[in-house]
Design a binder for this molecule. Structure first.
Ligand SMILES: Cc1ncc(COP(=O)(O)O)c(C=O)c1O
Length: 353
């Protein structure tokens, strides 16, 4: 082990310096209203000894999949600030949009119910999947149990038109973009940076799944505002690198502006090797990662996001993109209900495993 890899000898790592940076972030976040949804357990760390030994790195999960409301997931961090803003503005209804099996829509429905807001979900049939489980089970079942008002559409254009109509007709509406990925939502991941810095641990690399981009944008903005250098990798499961890069960069810049920070976020580091055939389509590498994680570590990943990203992480370790012996924190962003929606595409994994 080189000095570079030893936490106590890392040139950029001074726990006191990090705690002071965290305090500055908490201070910068104070003016923003927050509806409490992040509960004990969220953000806790799970060591993965067996997978780490296989991979030759130290791999740790940050458990943003754990949460008290709606089944848990990364969207709860964003929704704290989004619903905080909605309630401050006197909203009575919330409109958001996503794929039919959107975890973000499911968590928005649950969080809105707790906050006394009426959730309207615009569900776009953008994934070529008409199996009964995809259409009715998983997140759709949970949306229905939450009593969310579902508005099905076939295209992005139709979604825009439906959202415009709902904004005109609903009682005091508040609009949340897909994935909760605007500057207000990304504040949830600025707060996550404050929590990571408070923990005093050093990570060579923080890895997140990249869907709509707000998680990586919030992490980039948080570290930039804190003035702490940190390598952050976004593993895209839908967008190409060319598509994702301006989305994440713009969201990070807008988040820094909202925070009142003069810092510039570094260009995002994004890898799209895990996207396979595209958003919402499972991949063999992703399914293998799901199997490895549950069978070696007892933790479930999901088929659309974290499984595909973990498959990409394994590949990036094998080809040296992620260096041997690195200390890596992978943010487990949730998505558990997707396993039930994709049952026909996951069963073969069990058969040959
Ligand atoms: C389980 C899960 N992981 C990751 C993501 C991606 O996060 P982001 O949209 O912030 O890129 C999402 C939502 O899009 C998700 O539901």
């Amino acid at each position: 082990m080189t000095a570079h890899h030893h936490p106590d000898h890392h040139p950029d790592h001074h726990p006191d310096h990090h705690r002071a940076a965290a305090a500055r972030l908490w201070h910068a976040l104070k003016p923003f209203p927050r509806y409490p949804l992040v509960t004990p357990g969220t953000g806790s760390h799970t060591a993965l000894p067996a997978l780490s030994a296989d991979l030759g790195i130290t791999l740790t999960l940050m458990r943003d999949d754990v949460g008290a409301y709606g089944g848990g997931g990364n969207k709860l961090r964003k929704l704290e600030y989004l619903l905080g803003a909605a309630l401050e503005q006197g909203a009575k209804t919330v409109i958001t949009v996503g794929a039919v099996q959107s975890n973000h829509c499911r968590l928005t429905a649950a969080a809105c119910r707790r906050a006394g807001l009426e959730p309207h979900l615009v569900l776009v049939r953008m994934v070529p999947n008409t199996t009964p489980d995809y259409v009715n089970n998983g997140n759709v079942l949970l949306d229905t149990l939450a009593g969310a008002v579902l508005h099905y559409v076939d295209t992005a254009e139709e979604a825009r038109a439906t959202i415009a109509t709902l904004m005109q007709t609903l009682d005091h509406p508040y609009y949340i973009p897909a994935g909760g990925s605007d500057a207000t939502g990304a504040l949830g991941y600025v707060q996550a940076v404050a929590e990571i810095l408070d923990s005093g641990q050093h990570w060579d690399l923080i890895v997140t799944t990249l869907g709509s981009g707000g998680t990586q944008a919030g992490l980039l903005a948080g570290y930039a505002a804190a003035g702490v250098p940190q390598r952050i990798l976004g593993l895209s499961i839908g967008y190409t690198v060319a598509e994702a890069t301006p989305i994440v960069a713009t969201d990070a810049a807008n988040t820094l502006t909202l925070l009142g920070s003069c810092a510039n976020a570094p260009a995002p580091w994004i890898d799209d090797r895990g996207k396979g055939e595209g958003y919402g389509i499972v991949s063999p590498a992703g399914n293998d990662a799901i199997t490895a994680m549950i069978r070696q570590e007892g933790v479930f990943l999901d088929p659309v996001y974290t499984g595909k990203a973990m498959g990409a992480l394994f590949s990036a370790v094998h080809d040296g993109t992620i260096r041997a012996r690195s200390r890596v924190l992978f943010i487990h962003t949730g998505g558990f209900p997707g396993l039930f929606a994709y049952q026909p595409f996951l069963t073969p994994v069990q058969a040959h495993g």
